[in-house]
Design a protein around this ligand. Structure first.
Ligand SMILES: Nc1ccn([C@@H]2O[C@H](COP(=O)(O)OP(=O)(O)OC[C@H](O)CO)[C@@H](O)[C@H]2O)c(=O)n1
Length: 378
């Protein structure tokens, strides 16, 4: 029996019945993006690697909160090494790697091993000498404060000198979009870079508004508290407020995007539209309910979607957090990819991808649990 993201689909549907229904339904378009044969006769313009939820810790294997998924804490380093070796040996060496967040597990904090674990994964990534763009997830904040992260190896907006931050001046760099809001004293970890002419990547901070990524007393901490308390009455705010649906996203291990960050994204995408660029947007938390278990959605995902849909330049939104992964191409043609988490990937499998970028499409070549997909431009 198949198991689906939407629980209503799990009521005794046989594989044959589902496949017949699926072939007739609108999901056929999604399916075709997955199975279409990739044309590899032309060299790509550039390539990049993607990996999510490594959650390394030097501890015995364990389980997720509900004991439904095994977590392979030590093996995650082995799988990272395997991914890195593959990238190192590629005919077209990836221009960069996107690490989608939760690079080390929160358990490291408990064992006073946060720094050591971080050094271990960063050393591993360094071996390929490929530029890495780090996204911040909930486990980053279980291990480090925002201030510590800002001066750590996980702050890739400062370690890579091709990036432009939310607060830089527009005239300083050709590709820079400034924040336009000098009152943004609570700095967000959001930036963008252009890996090749006509292409751009926007890195978002999904814990900009959150109880774990912001400290008391700060404006954004109290804003986050107000949001979560309006939806979740539980004493333990990690416990979802309901059993089903998108309201489940209002938990402490998620977060959202400040108005300031969203205004910045909107301006960035307006400039990208004008320059006829193709944009990849990345965040730890997914923003489309059909691309993830809704418990993993960003709190204000609807606002993000409306911004993405108001611009022609957005090709795809890449996220982690939901270790089961997911994919959906929305009505505006934006591809939502949630990458399968390394931490819940058994030793005999893999969980990483390489994206080949062409004039007319991106092609994801997946490994292990990550499927191949053709991402046609909207
Ligand atoms: N129902 C739950 C789920 C989790 N918790 C606690 O919240 C913290 C984060 O959970 P964790 O599973 O470690 O988060 P990940 O980012 O690894 O994975 C994504 C989610 O699992 C998606 O479901 C942790 O302290 C848990 O114990 C909770 O209390 N109640």
């Amino acid at each position: 029996m198949l198991k689906f993201k939407c629980t209503f689909r799990n009521n005794g549907v046989s594989e044959g019945t589902f496949l017949r229904w699926w072939a007739k339904s609108g999901s056929l378009k999604n399916r075709l993006t997955r199975i279409k044969k990739m044309d590899e006769t032309l060299p790509p313009l550039f390539t990049f690697g993607v990996i999510a939820d490594i959650q390394y810790a030097d501890i015995e294997d364990g389980f997720n909160y509900h004991h439904t998924r095994k977590r392979y804490y030590r093996n995650s380093l082995r799988l990272l090494r395997r991914a890195n070796e593959k990238w190192k040996g590629e005919a077209v060496k990836p221009s960069f790697i996107i690490q989608l967040g939760d690079v080390i597990d929160g358990y490291n904090k408990k064992y006073n091993a946060s720094e050591t674990a971080l050094k271990t994964v960063v050393n591993e990534l360094d071996k390929s000498a490929i530029e890495v763009h780090h996204v911040w997830g909930n486990h980053e904040f279980y291990n480090f404060s925002r201030d510590e992260l800002m001066i750590s190896a996980l702050n890739s907006r400062t370690t890579n000198d091709t990036t432009s931050t939310m607060s830089e001046d527009t005239t300083a760099l050709e590709d820079t979009v400034e924040s336009g809001n000098v009152s943004d004293t609570e700095e967000s970890y959001a930036y963008h870079f252009s890996p090749a002419p006509h292409f751009r990547v926007a890195v978002l901070d999904a814990y900009d508004l959150s109880l774990i990524g912001r400290k008391e007393p700060s404006v954004r901490y109290y804003e986050a508290l107000e949001i979560i308390q309006a939806h979740n009455n539980n004493d333990d705010l990690n416990h979802p407020p309901v059993f089903d649906g998108t309201e489940r996203r209002f938990v402490k291990f998620n977060g959202g995007f400040s108005k300031c960050q969203l205004d910045w994204l909107d301006r960035l995408l307006t400039l990208s539209d004008e320059k006829l660029e193709k944009v990849v947007v990345v965040s730890h938390l997914p923003v489309h309910p059909y691309s993830t278990d809704p418990i993993c959605l960003a709190w204000n995902y609807e606002r993000v979607l409306s911004i993405l849909h108001s611009h022609k330049c957005v090709v795809c939104f890449m996220a982690g957090h939901d270790h089961d992964g997911g994919y959906y191409r929305d009505a505006s043609g934006v591809h939502h990819l949630t990458f399968e988490g390394v931490i819940e990937t058994p030793p005999e499998s893999d969980a990483f991808g390489t994206v080949y970028v062409y004039e007319d499409r991106m092609a994801l070549r997946g490994n292990g649990r990550v499927a191949d997909r053709v991402l046609l431009y909207p």
